[in-house]
Write a protein that binds this ligand. Structure first.
Ligand SMILES: Cc1cc2nc3c(=O)[nH]c(=O)nc-3n(C[C@H](O)[C@H](O)[C@H](O)COP(=O)(O)OP(=O)(O)OC[C@H]3O[C@@H](n4cnc5c(N)ncnc54)[C@H](O)[C@@H]3O)c2cc1C
Length: 455
């Protein structure tokens, strides 16, 4: 009888550059492909992410002629049940480094189910890059240097003539989730990821250093959802980069993702909790009407509102505007970063606990080599600088489409600025900036990098 292995897809919904899948194929004559749907997680994920996942699974299934088993339940019991039913000899998967995945692996091990792990969703697995004294980096720049000199493998080859088992019909349970009415998510799946990367590599990547901060143009890759779901491996991307300035800056951004995963690996509590604990003492306001206005994109600050509306319309937001809206929530509205991070997690299709929690903490001033707390983003200046003609604002805030630069950044100052129903600012930035600094003074945070973060 033919020997059988099982490959468990986790955050690696692809066939290319997938070492654990190659191991599964090498271990037996034929391989069962399995995705386990944790219904509790799916429920918590929200409509956007569920829709993206369903599309990604459908694309993966199509790429293997429909031979993808999707089974609901808790991982250990599904793996046990499926292994028995299909007479599986070995189970293969990539490791997870997020707190949920790590706990899941421990739980599975405690039930006696054995898994052969290989690879991760990172070029260098979190925990591998270390200082000469064996401790981990707390500051990005030295991490980047060490990460680069550590290096990574070449992409793994595509499986050749793989033999996949046809699952029983009752195991083919790809959900039919779709995005809420009016929401347009970018295309999901491995083929879409590879096509996006190929097009970006040939096009806008050469201008990345100039264009990456301009939210109104397609200057960044929008690969983040594909990386989050493992539809493309970062190794595949890194292998195509050269030494030009634009490529070097792009490599540095990929390294931010790896850095945050490494920080979370060493500090799992920071998925929800403060990296710099003294900030937990900061006086924050409870989320109320102002928080609702921020969520809806109705703060009266055009660049903030455009960004929040982009998030709700597309399940994605540009990095520059993620920083602007995060700063606005924490420093102008004095609302704790965790409320913003939760809102992002509900809508982002690239939601990633490491990049999200640490992106928020960086902006709030309580993260790793954080932007100093006293540096408060001015939402009007940020708009003028990064969306000078208001292209981005007009795309998402139609009430301001009749205005041209420079009026579009301060519509309350011009006669017909609010003529189409746009709101007046809910706070005065100059005053809130002072309030923010006063609250900082109250917890007496040093303006220097935190001593324990000097690497
Ligand atoms: C408050 C806040 C929350 C964030 N939440 C997330 C999140 O949940 N998921 C997520 O993937 N990124 C998050 N980021 C990081 C960043 O905004 C996105 O990765 C980026 O906007 C994705 O767009 P892109 O693929 O076009 O990026 P590109 O500019 O094309 O960069 C290529 C890749 O590099 C990585 N990258 C780029 N910038 C960063 C960064 N600052 N931090 C970490 N990785 C980066 C991403 O994987 C990205 O896909 C957050 C940033 C902030 C300030």
């Amino acid at each position: 009888m033919a020997t059988r292995s099982l490959f468990w897809f986790r955050r690696d919904l692809r066939l290319a550059d997938n070492p654990a899948l190659l191991n599964a194929l090498a271990a037996a004559d034929e391989t069962l492909l399995l995705f386990i749907m944790d219904e509790e997680i799916a429920e918590r994920s929200g409509a956007y992410r569920r829709a993206y996942l369903a599309k990604s699974l459908a694309a993966l299934s199509d790429s293997v002629g429909g031979r993808l088993a999707v089974v609901s339940g808790e991982a250990a019991s599904v793996l046990k049940d499926v292994s028995e039913r299909y007479q599986i000899a070995s189970i293969h998967a990539a490791r997870s480094h997020a707190p949920y995945g790590v706990a899941q692996e421990a739980e599975i091990a405690s039930t006696g189910v054995e898994i052969e792990y290989a690879g991760s969703n990172y070029a260098v697995a979190p925990g591998r890059v270390q200082k000469p004294d064996g401790t981990n980096y707390r500051v990005y720049t030295p991490f980047f240097r060490a990460w680069q000199s550590h290096g990574w493998r070449a992409p793994a080859p595509m499986p050749e003539k793989p033999k996949f088992i046809s699952p029983e019909t009752s195991d083919l349970n790809i959900p039919a989730w779709s995005a809420p009415e009016g929401v347009v998510l970018q295309e999901a799946g491995e083929a879409a990821a590879m096509a996006r990367w190929a097009a970006y590599r040939k096009g806008a990547l050469a201008e990345y250093d100039q264009a990456r901060n301009i939210p109104g143009i397609p200057g960044t890759s929008r690969l983040s959802p594909h990386l989050r779901w493992g539809e493309i491996h970062p190794r595949t991307i890194l292998a195509d980069l050269n030494q030009s300035t634009a490529h070097e800056i792009f490599r540095k951004e990929i390294a931010w993702r790896e850095f945050y995963a490494d920080v979370l690996h060493h500090n799992p509590h920071t998925s929800r909790d403060y990296y710099a604990p003294n900030f937990a003492k900061m006086k924050y306001d409870q989320p109320g009407e102002k928080f609702e206005a921020w969520c809806k994109g109705a703060t009266g600050y055009p660049i903030v509102d455009a960004a929040m509306r982009q998030l709700v319309a597309e399940g994605w937001m540009h990095n520059r505007t993620r920083m602007i809206v995060a700063s606005f929530l924490v420093k102008d509205l004095h609302i704790e970063w965790r409320h913003g991070a939760d809102f992002f997690m509900k809508y982002l299709i690239d939601n990633d606990v490491a990049s999200n929690s640490h992106g928020w903490q960086w902006t709030a001033g309580c993260g790793t080599d954080a932007s100093p707390y006293y540096r408060v983003f001015n939402p009007i200046e940020q708009g003028r600088r990064f969306d000078p003609d208001g292209v981005y604002i007009k795309r998402y805030v139609p009430e301001l489409a009749h205005l041209s630069a420079p009026d579009i950044h301060t519509p309350w100052e011009v006669l017909d600025g609010l003529a189409n129903g746009y709101v007046t600012p809910i706070v005065d930035h100059a005053m809130e900036r002072l309030e923010s600094l006063a609250r900082l003074e109250a917890i007496k945070v040093s303006k220097e990098p935190y001593p324990h973060q000097n690497a």
